[in-house]
Design a protein around this ligand. Structure first.
Ligand code: KG4
Ligand code: ZN
Length: 351
């Protein structure tokens, strides 16, 4: 079974073709990605209308590129999967519209996929995939969640952010330090030259029993310090503040994640979402898991941030488990706000 995946939820147009047989983990045949980062950089963040228009320009050429790279024809596609949410409404509509029309033209089913389920399952495309059950740390621009994952579609929320997401904390702090968009990678680069103990920054909710996160207080503290650095020749203090900020975010993520592992008694951890690309977070989680006879699984670096492969993969894994029922029309909708834990078996549309 071949599934074409179309991801357009934010500022990346991602297309991919995967092939799956029964319950075996699907294989990635080809993928292509266009990042809009440069286009939005001038504005310091994603401009939704520009994002939608660019997805329209990219989605078909990238689909052709993927089919060409896979040596596959349109007629070899069995299902067209797309990101149904969460994300920017206009951007989501581009992928949903193109996927549903393509599926209708081919007479094949279309299937709406949850973006975070894509992130969550993305490590299954790596050379050394995990097994169920596991604890998942989902850390993206919009989400910071700890989940107990028993199987595809069987998710229990253990902890969530009560204000900013971890990616947002990186992005907003980076902005306060005068760094460009997207802030996470830029802040991580500057942090390499800084002393992570130079600034004592808050680690909210760390003392409490709960597995929830809060990053708003950290942002306020970074603002206060950043304002003091403005103007003067402050290269080293800026690097120190970047390093201390990264340290605070990573410290909270790692400690809460270890509490979640203890709480569930599970020994496998999956880390997914854009912040999962952070080198310090990866190193800390690896060493903490090693001391607990646990293993941590990451998606390939290229699959940490948004991509089409994870959407095709999530669709294929649902289809192989029979939790993506077919229906009979090509009407589609998008769900800009869509909690992961309420996803019922997804509905596919067939002609
Ligand atoms: O998962 P993703 O690509 O998009 C969303 O679904 O949100 O995550 C994007 C987030 C951004 O906040 C970005 O700054 C952050 O991931 N990010 C990083 C790194 N690479 C991406 N944060 C810290 N360190 C990185 N190396
Ligand atoms: Zn994402």
């Amino acid at each position: 079974m071949r599934v074409l995946g179309i991801e357009t939820s934010c500022d990346e147009t991602g297309i991919a073709l995967v092939e799956g047989e029964g319950r075996a983990t699907p294989r990635l045949l080809a993928q292509a990605l266009h990042s809009q980062v440069e286009m939005h950089a001038d504005y310091g963040g994603v401009v939704p209308e520009l994002a939608s228009r660019d997805h329209i320009r990219r989605v078909l050429p990238l689909t052709r590129e993927v089919l060409h790279a896979a040596g596959a024809g349109l007629d070899s596609i069995d299902v067209v999967a797309y990101t149904r949410g969460p994300g920017l409404a206009g951007a989501l509509l581009v992928g949903a519209g193109v996927a549903s029309s393509l599926a209708a033209a081919l007479g094949k089913p279309a299937l709406g996929v949850h973006h975070l389920e894509g992130h969550l399952l993305s490590p299954f495309l790596s050379a050394d995939p995990p097994e169920f059950p596991f604890v998942a740390l989902l850390v993206s621009g919009g989400h910071t969640q700890l989940l107990e994952v028993r199987d595809v579609g069987a998710y229990t929320l253990l902890g969530d952010t009560i204000d900013d997401a971890a990616g947002e904390a990186f992005d907003k702090s980076a902005k306060l330090l005068g760094l460009g968009y997207p802030g996470g990678p830029a802040l991580a680069r500057l942090a390499e030259f800084g002393d992570a103990e130079a600034y004592a920054l808050p680690r909210p909710l760390l003392q409490r029993d709960s597995l929830d996160f809060s990053f708003a207080g950290l942002k306020t503290a970074v603002r206060t310090h950043a304002l003091k650095l403005e103007g003067a020749n402050c290269e080293q203090p800026r690097a120190d503040l970047a390093a201390s900020t990264q340290e605070a975010i990573v410290d909270v993520l790692v400690r809460k994640t270890m509490s979640a592992m203890e709480h569930t008694g599970l020994h496998r951890l999956v880390v997914a979402g854009g912040v999962g690309a952070n080198a310090l977070l990866r190193a800390r989680l690896r060493s903490e898991c090693a001391t607990r006879q646990s293993r941590v699984y990451f998606p390939e670096l290229a699959l940490c941030t948004d991509n089409g492969a994870m959407i095709a993969l999530a669709a294929a894994m649902r289809l192989s488990r029979g939790i993506a029922a077919l229906s009979s029309d090509y009407a589609f909708d998008v769900l800009p706000r869509w909690p992961l834990t309420v996803i019922a078996p997804l509905v596919a549309k067939a002609g």
